[in-house]
Design a protein around this ligand. Structure first.
Ligand SMILES: [Ca+2]
Ligand SMILES: [Ca+2]
Length: 513
């Protein structure tokens, strides 16, 4: 390739990527959460090979992140929340900073008070601990600013990680706590000035309960949107003011994976919470049938419009008098009225005495527990559930690990060591194979060139070539269990085990062949 071609290639690839960030593993799952660092060639085979270096670190589930020759990670040591910076060449500790001493928020035993992964840009590293809030340091470890944030109430503890772009920091704070005198939640999305920690905007997410997914940026058509996957729904927001642009329904209560994308589509996935799953529901006929009770025709149901027949529709195609139409109610008049009031009151989220379409639909959508992977096409506004889903798939969907996209395939890694390949254009499942390393998978798979790397919680690393028929080309046992997604630079793979950070460095040849 001559110099001009190479220059053109660099220009084309950077223009299509539309990310101003450098090619650094600077956040959870690397550039924009993709699980890929283009051009990186760290080693992928190391049977019995000692790591290039290893460094004892405090406990935590946060992934390491990098900028240049500095690696950042967080941990918990003797009750203190810490941010550490290591030299990538030697593993030596360059600095360690403690967050202000706080009472630690409670966590599910499968999580950690240091679960959110930091993000880093050219000037600063941004750290979120749900027990404290946000902290910002320069690369030398000097504190630039800090912002305490009340701990959101979360089923298992927070794990959504902040992301940074163009000097801004974005943080999802989904929260089970309700707003005063309301069934709406305190959930919100926040953008801050990375230099000062000032809040640029906050967008309420009142229909969202706690969630665990890290947001991602979706660039298309010369624009960039912030995509947030939360329980029941994913939203797209504009970056300037946090304005809600679109949403798509059909996800379960528990959303964990990062949104990922290729040139054409956005991919969103969530496993079921458990229990029976239904089709992605079109709420329109349900709402239309409920409007049968809207006597004054103001487009909402008031308490006064609750008649003897009132119930919530299950089969909206039936007339309201039909016993199969809605949720069955007691025959006893008093009990019946009480049950009707409960059905109404529970859905009247803002408790204003009216059941609005938005309140009704949001509750319906959260009820769906079906595992759901879908491909979204760009450009939609408002509810795009019926208009911009290119395809959906309801099997093989991972619980914790995020997918990886490569060429025209999406790779899904489920606990038990089950790997699926899905056609990005059609949504057709192309294969489903076992890695031969079972157990829980919490770390997301990452891609190194034409190979997928998967690490189980018990520390079994599998290498799967992405060209040719399915095979596990290499498998090795790391010393220790692994909850964190690995990180990489151009020549090194960094793996966090429960006790140590391991670095495996290949030939220091660059650019790699
Ligand atoms: Ca009405
Ligand atoms: Ca209401």
């Amino acid at each position: 390739m001559n110099f001009f071609c190479r220059l053109l290639l660099i220009w084309v690839s950077s223009a299509s990527f539309q990310q101003s960030a450098a090619n650094e593993w600077n956040q959870f799952r690397g550039p924009n959460g993709s699980g890929v660092l283009e051009g990186a060639r760290p080693p992928i085979r190391f049977d019995g090979q000692d790591p290039t270096w290893h460094q004892a670190i405090p406990s935590g589930h946060a992934s390491p992140v990098l900028w240049g020759q500095r690696l950042f990670l967080t941990g918990l040591e003797e009750g203190l929340l810490q941010t550490l910076c290591l030299d990538t060449r030697s593993g030596h500790l360059l600095w360690k900073q403690q967050a202000p001493k706080v009472t630690l928020a409670s966590h599910h035993k499968a999580s950690s008070p240091a679960a959110s992964t930091p993000c880093v840009d050219e000037q600063r590293v941004y750290v979120y601990f749900d027990s404290f809030g946000l902290l910002c340091y320069d690369h030398e470890g000097n504190e630039i600013w800090k912002r305490p944030i009340p701990t959101p109430k979360s089923l298992y503890g927070m794990s959504s990680s902040p992301i940074t772009s163009n000097g801004k920091v974005f943080l999802v704070l989904d929260n089970d706590l309700k707003l005063p005198e309301s069934q709406l939640r305190q959930s919100k999305l926040m953008a801050l000035d990375g230099a000062t920690g000032e809040i640029l905007w906050e967008t309420p997410r009142p229909y969202q309960k706690s969630g665990w997914s890290t947001p991602a940026l979706w660039a298309h058509g010369g624009k960039e949107e912030l995509v947030v996957l939360g329980n029941g729904r994913a939203y797209g927001y504009d970056l300037q003011e946090g304005k809600e642009l679109w949403y798509v329904n059909g996800f379960s209560r528990e959303t964990i994976a990062v949104p990922i994308m290729d040139e054409e589509r956005l991919f969103l996935s969530a496993a079921r919470q458990g229990g029976a799953g239904d089709e992605v529901i079109d709420p329109e006929p349900f709402w239309s049938s409920l409007l049968t009770f809207d006597q004054d025709q103001d487009g909402r149901i008031s308490k006064e419009e609750i008649t003897d027949l009132f119930t919530l529709p299950i089969r909206p195609e039936l007339p309201i008098e039909h016993p199969g139409f809605g949720i069955p109610l007691p025959k006893d008049p008093e009990q019946r009225r009480k049950r009707q009031a409960d059905l109404f009151g529970w859905r009247d989220k803002n408790q204003d005495g009216f059941l609005s379409k938005e309140e009704f639909v949001s509750e319906m959508m959260i009820g769906s527990g079906r595992p759901h992977l879908c491909a979204i096409t760009p450009g939609g506004r408002g509810d795009i559930t019926q208009t911009h889903i290119a395809w959906s798939l309801h099997r093989g969907i991972p619980e914790i690990p995020s997918p990886v996209v490569y060429e025209d395939r999406l790779y899904l890694l489920r606990s038990g060591g089950m790997l699926s390949g899905v056609d990005t254009v059609t949504g057709r499942m192309l294969f489903q194979e076992r890695l031969g390393a079972s157990g829980q998978y919490s770390a997301s798979p990452i891609r190194v060139d034409q190979h997928l790397l998967a690490i189980s919680e018990s520390g079994i690393l599998s290498v799967i070539p992405l060209k040719g028929p399915f095979q596990v080309a290499h498998q090795t046992s790391l010393n220790g269990s692994v909850h964190a997604t690995p990180a990489m630079d151009m020549v090194t793979l960094y793996i966090r085990t429960t006790e140590a950070l391991l670095a495996f460095r290949g030939e220091a040849s660059f650019p790699p062949k």
